[in-house]
Write a new protein. Sequence first.
Lengths: 113, 109
Amino acid sequence: EAQVTQNPRYLITVTGKKLTVTCSQNMNHEYMSWYRQDPGLGLRQIYYSMNVEVTDKGDVPEGYKVSRKEKRNFPLILESPSPNQTSLYFCASSLGGARAPLHFGNGTRLTVT
Amino acid sequence: GQNIDQPTEMTATEGAIVQINCTYQTSGFNGLFWYQQHAGEAPTFLSYNVLDGLEEKGRFSSFLSRSKGYSYLLLKELQMKDSASYLCASNTGGFKTIFGAGTRLFVKA
């Protein structure tokens, strides 16, 4: 089954403790992206990747890192999480190009205390 | 700046027709997407418009006017399962997609 898999689904952590949210897709998509979703603000892009070893900042990259060492994986790293990073995170992938729709993972709800 | 506006909430009756509007102002434009998101779930793709006019797909249709920076999603023969948030999103060029905050649709019996 074609899918984007994120883990974990739920994560509670404390300020400053490094964490990684994993994302993997099995559709051989070139493009992958991370979004955060907050009430009233919609989905905001954190980072995106056009292909292996090619990444770029989205609209809200501060406090986040990503890597794309393999085509299928695009982990999101929070080196020192803070409470304002409490949010619902979605990983997405697509074939790339303007017309290609995004395929989303099931989301990771992160709480930083 | 980049801005996408859509109503926060709408309520409609089962079996009826509802139109969800979206206006956009973006620095570039390569097409307009609509996604559906049920509570607690991932968004799923509904439609894509890049040319002016109406695209019909079963009970769902989407309209675009590029000159007005305006789109709408039309849902016919509403069903209870259509209760969800509907996200309007603009591809602004390259690899950037900007999302509106979403419209929560409540379908009542």
